[in-house]
Ligand binder design. Structure first.
Ligand code: ATP
Length: 457
């Protein structure tokens, strides 16, 4: 469990949050009404980045593995699902209130026994269920209670046989899903790290009991590779193994991938061996046999599940934090987002050097040509230096400028975000250049002025 910090937001987080708002990555939900706490809206750049992360995950899981199928289950499920899963009885956090300032805290994150904000006396600990409750239909009574799902996993478990039978998959195989989840967190915070509405990318892999440890190792390796593909600095990632007192009662082993955020090492995703707990419970609560007949082994069993469960928002925050750098400049610092071209919201900015001599027309032609394959951006406003800076802040790896030489030899100036170097490239080579960068990105070793212990560096 990531502990919320009591000290001030680290400078790097403050700077990042302000850039996210200014450039349209992330806005506070319902901001004009004072904001809805712990809910976030993703702006034009944010939604592109988020979609790219989800697409990469979907590709790495569903499209690149013949034994993984996709699913999109509904958010509202039968309430018995959450009894079987253990969420109705057990999805609680211990909560205390301050009798003076009325603030609310998670008891397991407090160090002393008085209020960390005002020193006031705290109430005794109460258990608080994190599920959002609602009612189905016009009558609000106990028979109509429903929940917004607190995780996407259960939609996969209850469809295990539907997917197996319809896709003719045989064990071992997995089911993957991306979707919203909701938790009424007591102490949300750290920007989009802990919100009340968020998205998960979960893949549940069904295996024959006895082969679970092997598959657990396999999926740990695969999940680590995913963060490499995202271009994240490896020394900012680590494994955390759940000790006996952290391990859920049904889990046999659990490992989390953690990232070194400015507010401390915190969980990005978990790879867990959930044993046969989930399918056994759904068999018990639904009365439907969820066992599987293994034709090869000629035996029937309840499969074990290796779960890989990642947060979309946390992965996005990791990408943003890892990318954000400020370099000292003569007049002002240069802010650059070193986002991997694979997930960068915009792959290239296309500029005419000046607004005459046919340059805008030529740049517009290139823009439309590249647009058929990539998300690119046309900009003719302001000095070329300002246009570069805007693209640096958006994390755009290339700026392509049409100048006077273009009309002579069909080449353009390409300015590289990371090295700030410029070279001349044939227009016909632009598409292969971008494709190649998306596949083979290597983040440069740089010195970031925020790379201090306090800022997660
Ligand atoms: P934490 O200990 O941080 O509360 P958790 O162990 O409860 O997380 P899981 O239930 O394992 O988290 O959920 C899987 C993933 O879903 C997490 O690794 C995280 O990326 C994401 N996630 C969980 N809760 C939130 C939240 N409130 N906001 C954003 N992402 C979340």
């Amino acid at each position: 469990m990531a502990k919320p910090k009591k000290n001030k937001t680290p400078v790097k987080m403050e700077k990042l949050m302000s850039l996210c708002k200014r450039r349209g990555f992330i806005f506070l939900s319902s901001e004009i009404y004072g904001g809805q706490s712990a809910c976030w809206d993703f702006g034009p750049l944010g939604v592109e980045l988020k979609n790219n992360i989800k697409q990469l995950w979907w590709k790495a899981m569903v499209h690149e593995n013949d034994n993984i199928e996709g699913l999109d289950a509904s958010i509202i499920m039968h309430p018995r699902v959450w009894e079987a899963s253990g969420h109705v009885d057990g999805f609680h956090d211990p909560m205390v209130d301050c009798k003076e300032c009325k603030r609310r805290f998670r008891a397991d994150t407090l160090e002393g026994d008085s209020c960390p904000e005002c020193g006031g006396e705290l109430t005794s600990v109460r258990q608080f269920n994190l599920m959002f409750k609602t009612h189905i239909g016009p009558v609000e009574d106990s028979a109509s209670v429903a929940y917004l799902r607190p995780e996407t996993a259960q939609g996969i478990y209850v469809n295990f046989l539907n997917v197996a039978n319809s896709s003719r998959q045989k064990i071992p195989f997995g089911i993957a899903q991306i979707g919203k989840a909701f938790r009424n967190e007591i102490t949300p915070g750290n920007f989009i790290f802990r919100s009340r509405e968020f998205e998960q990318m979960e893949m549940q892999f069904f295996v024959k009991p006895g082969t679970d440890e092997k598959w657990m190792e396999y999926w740990r390796e695969q999940r680590w590779k995913f963060h490499q593909r995202l271009g994240i600095r490896q020394d900012h990632l680590r494994w955390h193994e759940h000790g006996p007192d952290e391990l859920a009662h049904y889990a046999r082993a659990a490992f989390d991938i953690e990232y070194k955020f400015p507010f401390g090492w915190s969980e990005l995703e978990g790879v867990h061996n959930r044993t046969d707990f989930d399918l056994k419970r759904h068999t018990e609560y639904s009365g439907k046999d969820m066992s599987y007949f293994d034709q090869e082994a000629n035996e029937r069993y309840i499969p074990y599940i290796i779960e890989t469960s990642a947060g979309v928002d946390r992965t996005m925050l990791q990408v943003l934090v890892d990318a954000y750098e400020e370099e000292p400049g003569e007049k002002e610092n240069r802010v650059v987002m070193r986002i991997s071209p694979l997930v960068a919201p915009i792959k290239a900015g296309i500029f005419p050097l000046v607004k005459r001599d046919g340059m805008p027309e030529r740049a517009d032609e290139i823009y439309h040509e590249l647009k058929s394959e990539f998300n690119v951006f046309y900009d003719e406003g302001g000095s070329i230096g300002r246009r570069y800076r805007r693209m640096d802040e958006a994390g755009t790896p290339y700026c392509i400028t049409v100048d006077s030489q273009t009309a002579e030899d069909d080449t353009v100036t390409v300015r590289h975000r990371d090295s700030m170097e410029q070279d001349r490239v044939k227009i016909t080579d632009l598409k292969p250049m971008i494709r190649n960068a998306m596949l083979n990105y290597k983040r440069p070793e740089t010195v970031d002025i925020f790379d201090t212990e306090e800022n997660g560096g």
